[in-house]
Design a protein around this ligand. Structure first.
Ligand code: FE2
Ligand code: FE2
Length: 138
């Protein structure tokens, strides 16, 4: 049961890497691209943490998130997409909680997801007001 859940998270983290790649490609500015690239890199590290728990190393990133979010990015634009994505990242923080209570490494992963949500909301604010693009973790 727990292995199954860990595998779902591992796959989601891999899919998130691809999603952030798509968003990086579509981003307008270099600072925005850089931030999205960093977010994707953290998701990749999360996948590696999960791999440490599952022992499964043959999962591949899929388009499951990249495709709908890429479409959303085209139809809705950057700010709307990042706002919805922030909800997803905050949701991930809560979804991780049962495992985060049990494993320190996953508590940190959950915290990262919350930071990602907060950072995306800051990014939206920055784009709206033409402020500097936020840096991850600040
Ligand atoms: Fe993640
Ligand atoms: Fe995340």
């Amino acid at each position: 049961m727990e292995q199954k859940l860990l595998l779902v998270f591992q796959q989601s983290e891999l899919d998130a890497v691809k999603m952030y790649q798509v968003l990086t490609d579509k981003a307008a500015g270099e600072d925005e691209k850089q931030l999205l690239r960093q977010l994707g890199a953290v998701e990749g590290r999360h996948a590696a943490v999960l791999r440490g728990f599952t022992g499964v190393s043959d999962l591949k990133p899929t388009d499951k998130m990249a495709k709908p979010i890429g479409l959303l990015r085209e139809k809705l634009g950057a700010k709307g997409t990042y706002t919805l994505l922030a909800l997803g990242e905050h949701g991930a923080y809560f979804l991780y909680q049962p495992l985060a209570k049990k494993y320190d490494a996953l508590r940190q992963v959950a915290k990262d997801e919350r930071d990602h949500g907060n950072t995306l909301l800051k990014l939206v604010r920055a784009l709206r007001r033409s402020l500097p693009i936020p840096v991850l973790g600040n």
